[in-house]
Write a protein that binds this ligand. Structure first.
Ligand SMILES: [Zn+2]
Length: 299
């Protein structure tokens, strides 16, 4: 499998889950660990010389109870802490989207993991059942209520994003809050009790009135803004009139030639290159337009 061209899906750590219950092992790993420090906005705080990781000894000689164990790359351990664990204030911060463009894939992926986990921890301080304080345990991977004992785990919110096409035309939409001229694929969160394939059909119908006939999974992307998992799909639908919805400012079908021309002229802006939506649109642009062949040989 070739590496996908979008962020947060490449490399990544060996999460070494069994170590989360081994405090002595974690203490030993801490001594030489790379530590990600995140501020209250969940931005990466860079070490003095602009390095992405703090040496663990500059955070604390002893492993803080609050340190989250992210995993290993070879023998190198990675932990994440919040900024309040660090004695001196960092000078430079970097947000996750910028990091994904500037940093090597492993670093961007590790940062995405830390960002999603620490966001969950920050929103898990109180039990969702009885309201008592919860303690973060298992090296950052669960929250245990001090009142009723309820254990909760990090959450990921699945969402679908879909390349809706008849083979020769692509359905794009835009939201009113997006930058001017930005268009992208339709997308939506999976609801409880729903399969992602059902979400694709429902969301496309809700947002554009278009009836999807076939759905096929393509690829996924963790999207830690803050805790989503984007599931990318191809969806087949004949070109049909678009019915405007409240969710979208506009939606329309574009042929390949039209999309090429509008992108080239600057009339239409595609999503960021780090996103799976960009990847899916480019993949569609480069594909042979013969849909019947595409759907019947691969579907
Ligand atoms: Zn409780």
């Amino acid at each position: 499998m070739t590496a996908p061209g979008f962020a947060f899906s490449q490399s990544g750590l060996d999460r070494a889950e069994h170590f989360r219950q081994m405090p002595q092992k974690l203490d030993a790993l801490w001594q030489y660990a790379n530590v990600l420090v995140l501020n209250e906005k969940n931005e990466a705080c860079l070490y003095d010389d602009g390095a992405r990781y703090y040496p663990a000894a500059r955070v604390s000689l002893q492993r803080p109870d609050s340190a989250t164990f992210l995993g290993l790359s070879g023998k190198q351990a990675y932990f994440a802490v919040t900024q309040d664990a660090v004695s001196h204030l960092p000078v430079t911060t970097v947000n996750v989207r910028a990091a994904a463009v500037q940093w090597p894939a492993l670093d961007a992926t590790v940062f995405a993991q830390a960002k999603a986990l620490l966001h969950w921890q920050a929103h898990s301080k109180y039990c969702g059942r009885c309201g008592a304080i919860s303690d973060i345990k298992s090296a950052g991977y669960n929250a245990v209520c001090t009142g009723c004992g309820l254990v909760s785990y990090p959450q990921t919110h699945p969402a679908t994003i879909m390349c809706v096409s008849d083979g020769e035309h692509l359905l794009l939409g835009r939201q009113a809050v997006w930058p001017e001229k930005r268009w992208s694929l339709l997308a939506g969160f999976v609801e409880p009790g729903e399969s992602p394939e059902q979400t694709v059909v429902r969301e496309v119908a809700e947002e554009s009135g278009v009836v999807v006939q076939r759905v096929r999974y393509v690829a996924s992307q963790p999207w830690p803004m803050p805790m989503a998992l984007m599931l990318g799909f191809d969806a087949y639908a004949p070109v049909q009139p678009v019915v405007p919805s409240e969710e979208l400012q506009a939606a329309r079908w574009l042929s390949r030639a039209q999309l090429h021309q509008e992108v080239a002229s600057g009339e239409l802006l595609l999503p960021d290159a780090l996103s799976i939506s960009h990847h899916l649109i480019m993949r569609w642009l480069l594909r042979n337009a013969d849909t019947s062949d595409f759907w019947h040989t691969n579907g």
